[in-house]
Design a binder for this molecule. Structure first.
Ligand SMILES: Cc1cc2nc3c(=O)[nH]c(=O)nc-3n(C[C@H](O)[C@H](O)[C@H](O)COP(=O)(O)OP(=O)(O)OC[C@H]3O[C@@H](n4cnc5c(N)ncnc54)[C@H](O)[C@@H]3O)c2cc1C
Length: 395
């Protein structure tokens, strides 16, 4: 029997005001992302810049779907999607703003009123930033196996342990931390979420550099003491709270990075000549490969838009989110490798070489693409979700 969701009409055309919103965001990014700024971000390996984030706030596009009292536009899910698309397409340093928005949404949903008062306004005006602390040196995909301990001591919690890949943990104001509070209970039932202020004694972040030149961190918690006010949700209800953010992560799409690749390869093909003097774009192989990238981009965007459409219709993209994530990231990896092969040895030249084609975007996208199949849920884990929760296959 066909899934009854499929008989609903899908319409991904954007309303005129959403198109106008996209134009505004694009114009702002063209102005903000100067070559000097891009070089500074590239050299730092850090996907955040305070002034850039504040610029989005001042422009009124930081969190479109949030209420006006928080600087939002009370808009629907499509504005959020358009913002995400444009930031990705432009390779803007937005990861810490994204994690901040994600945690702020959770605090808005399940945080105490005191925590909402303390955090939400700052998170939405760019004054407060929040990193994610789920993964540990010994467990990533099996995030429920976390062993970082939080032990109650009167009105406080004492935290000990370490977290791996706490991206932006060296600059964020808080970390959204998954900790084990009841080791005697089954693993999913003994976890609690906290918002840990990172200026506390006993916290340390050490740099870890990835293949794509991105800085992330291993972080250490040694007798870190925080008040119970920083707990998010009930004690031992961390798995449910964490689920709100994982669902968000798993429903993500990377198609706009393929759009960037497509843009650069089109530029290259039209401005570069082959050995025989004819333009690259005149070659069959060049046209074939570019067309393939264009198709993969199209499919990636459709899968992502289906998730947004479902969310708007009040449905949860349980398997559709993972389909979007796994397809778009693997398509990005395939496409960037294919284009480096097409461009040849020059395609391996980096951003720092003045003669690198398209400012070294090809080799950087190829390195960058590999990480996208790992974070926010690896391809293998996403496939398992599709098989079990989408198709109903046995464990
Ligand atoms: C650049 C980068 C930034 C990151 N930023 C953050 C961050 O800010 N905060 C944070 O908390 N985490 C972050 N992560 C961590 C990321 O979410 C994890 O790397 C990811 O969940 C995988 O966990 P792992 O690295 O421990 O690998 P593992 O879970 O050990 O996986 C190793 C391999 O085994 C496979 N595997 C694991 N379990 C299964 C299974 N059940 N079935 C089939 N195959 C399986 C995986 O797919 C993978 O190929 C980041 C990672 C990277 C690379």
């Amino acid at each position: 029997m066909p899934d009854d969701r499929l008989v609903h009409t899908m319409d991904f055309r954007l309303a005129t005001d959403v198109e106008a919103f996209r134009d505004d965001v694009r114009a702002h990014l063209r102005e903000a992302l100067t070559p000097e700024f891009e070089e500074r971000v590239y050299r730092s390996g850090v996907a955040h810049d305070d002034d850039f984030a504040k610029g989005l706030v001042d422009k009124g596009v930081f969190a479109p779907s949030w209420p006006a009292e928080y600087g939002g536009r009370d808009s629907g899910v499509w504005e959020d999607q358009v913002l995400r698309e444009e930031l990705m397409r432009a390779d803007a340093p937005a990861y810490l703003s994204e994690t901040t928005r994600m945690v702020a949404s959770i605090i808005r949903e399940v945080g105490t009123s005191a925590m909402r008062d303390r955090v939400l306004a700052g998170a939405m005006n760019g004054d407060i930033t929040i990193a994610l602390g789920f993964t540990e040196p010994e467990c990533g995909s099996d995030v429920a196996a976390a062993s970082t301990r939080a032990v109650r001591d009167g009105d406080e919690w004492v935290i000990n342990g370490s977290k791996m890949f706490t991206t932006n943990g060296h600059i964020a104001d808080y970390v959204f931390l998954l900790a084990r509070t009841s080791p005697e209970k089954p693993k999913h039932k003994g976890l609690t979420m906290f918002l840990v202020p990172l200026d506390v004694d006993g916290f340390e972040a050490q740099a870890v550099w990835t293949l794509s030149g991105e800085r992330t961190n291993i972080t250490f918690y040694s007798d870190v003491r925080i008040s119970d006010e920083w707990r998010i949700g009930d004690v031992d209800a961390g798995w449910q709270v964490l689920g709100l953010s994982l669902q968000d992560e798993h429903a993500s799409g990377w198609g706009p990075h393929i759009a960037r690749l497509l843009y650069h390869v089109e530029q290259w093909a039209q401005t570069t000549c082959a050995h025989d003097g004819s333009p690259q774009i005149a070659k069959d192989d060049v046209r074939r490969r570019i067309a393939r990238v264009a198709m993969e981009h199209e499919v990636s965007m459709l899968l992502q838009h289906r998730c947004v459409w479902m969310t708007e219709a009040g449905q949860t993209p349980v398997a559709e989110g993972p389909m979007s994530k796994v397809f778009s990231t693997e398509a990005l990896a395939r496409a960037s490798q294919d284009i480096v092969e097409l461009v040849g040895p020059d395609g391996m030249r980096s951003y720092f070489e003045p003669d690198a084609p398209e400012q070294g975007r090809f080799e950087h996208l190829m390195r960058f693409s590999l990480g996208t199949t790992i974070y926010a849920g690896t391809s293998e884990v996403q496939r398992t979700i599709i098989a079990q929760r989408g198709l109903g296959l046995p464990r």
